[in-house]
Design a binder for this molecule. Structure first.
Ligand SMILES: C[S@@+](CC[C@H](N)C(=O)[O-])C[C@H]1O[C@@H](n2cnc3c(N)ncnc32)[C@H](O)[C@@H]1O
Length: 247
């Protein structure tokens, strides 16, 4: 989010999960709205709130439903109808789990006001991606004991691969789940789609967005991060966020 103005801005987080991005944006002065398909995420968000003491007492605006559902998109749009959309639409690691990445991406983009920013993270395409797709599908179709066996089998493989690629201890983390649950989340994270950096860039640039920044995934099948600006009605980037060059 570096370089994207948040103070006083309307901020939509699609697939907010445990809510840390949403609450961090609120803490930085944004007017936040969250959308997640999983009702449990609403409960978890309420539990995460006390971790941000400056936000105590804040009434959170949350829409539980799928970003693929036109009714949900309509309700979200209604919250910022007077402004022509959200200043910032953010979705970290969620659009590729919806079952229709392209449509979810379009829905997210449609909620950005002209001149606003779209900040997304999407799994990278790698030669091993189709194999992971198969493993994840198998995990979700299998009984418990097969799921456990898959996780036990793949845990050391993922640990070693991550160590070799990042040269950092995979067990040492600053945020998120411990490594075991990361493995379960990865092995069982289905639906699963992926796109390369140029694929995502081309997809959005065709639809009135300009890619301002792309950060490649740390590991080959990790998430690439993107900051796009929606061109204004004259086709210009209205207020480009301060940013570092595209890598
Ligand atoms: C891997 S989690 C990412 C959570 C959070 N963004 C983060 O960075 O920690 C993916 C989230 O997307 C949500 N999700 C999946 N499909 C969705 C959909 N169709 N509409 C809205 N949210 C969805 C899931 O419920 C989950 O909370």
């Amino acid at each position: 989010m570096e370089g994207v103005k948040l103070r006083g801005q309307s901020f939509l987080d699609i697939g907010f999960g445990q809510g840390f991005s949403l609450l961090s944006a609120a803490s930085m002065g944004a007017r936040v709205v969250g959308c997640d398909i999983n009702p449990k995420c609403g409960t978890v968000l309420d539990r995460s709130l006390p971790l941000f003491p400056d936000l105590v007492g804040l009434k959170l605006d949350v829409e539980i439903g799928s970003i693929l559902d036109p009714e949900v998109v309509h309700r979200l749009r209604g919250r910022v109808a007077a402004e022509g959309g959200f200043d910032v639409v953010h979705s970290w690691g969620a659009l590729h789990h919806t079952g229709d990445l392209r449509r979810a991406n379009d829905r997210a983009a449609s909620l950005v006001r002209p001149g606003g920013a779209l900040v997304i993270a999407i799994y990278n395409r790698h030669w091993s991606s189709p194999a992971w797709l198969l493993i994840k599908w198998l995990y979700c179709k299998s009984p418990r004991w097969v799921q456990r066996a898959l996780v036990s089998l793949l845990y050391p493989v993922i640990w070693l691969a991550k160590l070799i690629v990042t040269r950092e201890n995979p067990g040492k983390k600053e945020r998120g789940m411990n490594f075991f649950y990361d493995v379960v989340d990865w092995v069982g994270g289905y639906p699963y789609e992926y796109m390369s950096v140029p694929e995502v860039g081309a997809l959005r640039e065709l639809h009135g967005f300009r890619l301002l920044r792309a950060i490649s995934a740390k590991v080959p099948t990790g998430c690439n991060e993107f900051v796009f600006s929606k061109t204004d009605n004259k086709g210009k980037v209205a207020s480009p966020p301060r940013t570092t060059p595209i890598r």
